[in-house]
Design a protein around this ligand. Structure first.
Ligand code: SF4
Ligand code: SF4
Length: 287
């Protein structure tokens, strides 16, 4: 698998607003996400724990789905496992001024870790680099599903997916029951979700809402729907106390959205708070 990521970041940005095509691939199955995120990166339990340990617990957000065969919670029928609502944990996508695919800068929902000036990932190759990102688009190739690289090629031309061979040694391809407690998590106390569902749907989740799901994911046991209450309590407290450069800059990006879309805003919003720099394209081939 070889990809040409320079100037792209298509898998890190919600670029639907730049295209007239129907590219909303996440909303074509029987289950519809409550949120409106595009290309949510599903984190593994180990990824979630690594972010919490690194003091970046405020960078994550949950995804739940509507499913008419699921369980009704607070007036919404949610996808569930054994009557408990199922969820992913992904990375937050604040609006940032980005100009992918040689387009002029626009305010687009962008992964919290993407540098909007270099269009590179700030955590590439680090201990918190998510497994899904490290292996992207390997899982799509293994499942013979369209890749984001190909969607970008269709919309803007150029060559992005240079070699469609399935990479050897994929580790994060968790499917079916094998994903339970490792990538698909359950919330064990659905009665606590009153009001939360509506806030997730409207993009108004609070710090406490996000911390709750991050903590249950962290406390999950692989292959089961059980949890460690100790890990849940400790993680929830830690995430609620977290105020990282990511969480603070998300608030500021949201406050600035709609102003002149100037990528160099990143200097005052992310860099002065200590965001890691990116290497530039001469030393890296991947986003
Ligand atoms: S963590 Fe990095 S590679 Fe993954 S979506 Fe975010 S910016 Fe992109
Ligand atoms: S992996 Fe594909 S979609 Fe993502 S940045 Fe690289 S070329 Fe673009």
């Amino acid at each position: 698998m070889e990809v040409n990521c320079a100037g792209c970041a298509g898998c890190c940005i919600d670029w639907r607003a730049l295209s007239s095509s129907d590219i909303d691939h996440e909303r074509r199955g029987p289950r519809e996400p409550l949120d409106d995120a595009y290309n949510l990166v599903p984190l593994t339990r180990d990824d979630v724990r690594a972010f919490v340990e690194a003091g970046l617990g405020d960078a994550m957000t949950p995804r739940l789905w509507e499913d008419e065969e699921g369980v009704e919670i607070d007036g919404t029928t949610l996808a569930a496992v054994g009557e408990k609502p199922a969820f992913f944990v992904g990375l937050r996508k604040p609006p940032k001024p980005v100009g992918p695919f040689d387009q002029p800068p626009n305010w687009l929902p962008t992964c919290a870790f993407l540098d909007p000036t270099t269009l590179q990932c700030r955590i590439h190759g680090s201990e918190t680099y998510p497994q899904e990102c490290a292996e992207y688009p390997g899982h799509n190739l293994a499942l013979e599903a369209e890749t984001e690289c190909e969607r970008v090629e269709s919309a803007f031309g150029g060559e992005r997916l240079l070699d469609g061979e399935v990479p050897e040694g994929l580790t994060g391809l968790l499917l079916g029951p094998g994903a339970l407690g490792q990538k698909v998590f359950v919330h064990p106390e659905p009665d606590e979700l009153e009001g939360v569902i509506e806030r997730l749907r409207e993009g108004r989740a609070t710090d406490a809402d996000r911390a709750e799901f991050v903590a249950w994911a962290s406390a999950s046991a692989p292959g089961t729907t059980s949890h460690s209450d100790d890990v849940y309590e400790r993680t929830r407290t830690r995430v609620l106390e977290t105020a990282s450069w990511v969480g603070e800059s998300i608030d500021e990006w949201e406050a600035n959205a709609g102003s002149d879309p100037e990528p160099t805003l990143v200097e005052v919003i992310e860099e002065r708070r200590g965001a890691p720099s990116t290497p530039g394209w001469s030393d890296a081939s991947n986003g």
